[in-house]
Design a protein around this ligand. Sequence first.
Ligand SMILES: *Cc1c(COP(=O)(O)O)cnc(C)c1O
Length: 225
Amino acid sequence: MSETFSDRLNTVEQRIAAACEKAGRARESVRLLAVSKTKPPEAVREAADCGVRLFGENKVQEAQIKIPLCPPHLEWHLIGHLQSNKAKIAANLFNMIHSVDSLKLLEALEAHAPKTLPVLFQVNVSGEASKSGMCPGEVAELINAVNQMAKVEVHGLMTIPPFTPDPEKARVHFTKLRELRDQLQEQTGTPLPELSMGMSHDLEIAIEEGSTWVRIGTDLFGGRG
Ligand SMILES: *Cc1c(COP(=O)(O)O)cnc(C)c1O
């Protein structure tokens, strides 16, 4: 790939802007999370030099090694599955966790968070057996639980749809997450403004369906081999 990070960032930014325009949304309503998993600190530094401040990692152990080697003042989000026994490390390492999927994990994060910790609840809206995330029917109970907690705050929902080569096929899952969010806000009275959905190949569809966080790895950093 002869393009620079800056070229790839421009292309992704243009796609986000075009999708916002098509959907009649303000560009500021969608945040770009640069998914740096498997990439070295040098790649993060190059991205930071281009003005990127928000980074996503999917493994606690990898992030624990990488983050101290990266420029300071970046924001780090965990987007991969988190085991309760790593909650303490994660709560101290990340600014936000997109992948909370159980009460046990929620309780472990509350026990160990050094300060306010925003989280998203990962929901398996497709019902696909291999995907992690809670069932749609479980979310209301966890919202009620988190509302009793002092440090952990739920800001919205996240999903990873099953991969399909045609991104249009992901739309139904993004729509379901948005509708579930609307219904839960009504049911629990808890504001859930954030929807973390959309990756490199389907960010346009996710933005049309209301995404506020697109998580982009491949189209920013190149393939992961
Ligand atoms: C790797 C990953 C991404 C980024 O995927 P790309 O297709 O490389 O953009 C987004 N979200 C999660 C949860 C991931 O694990």
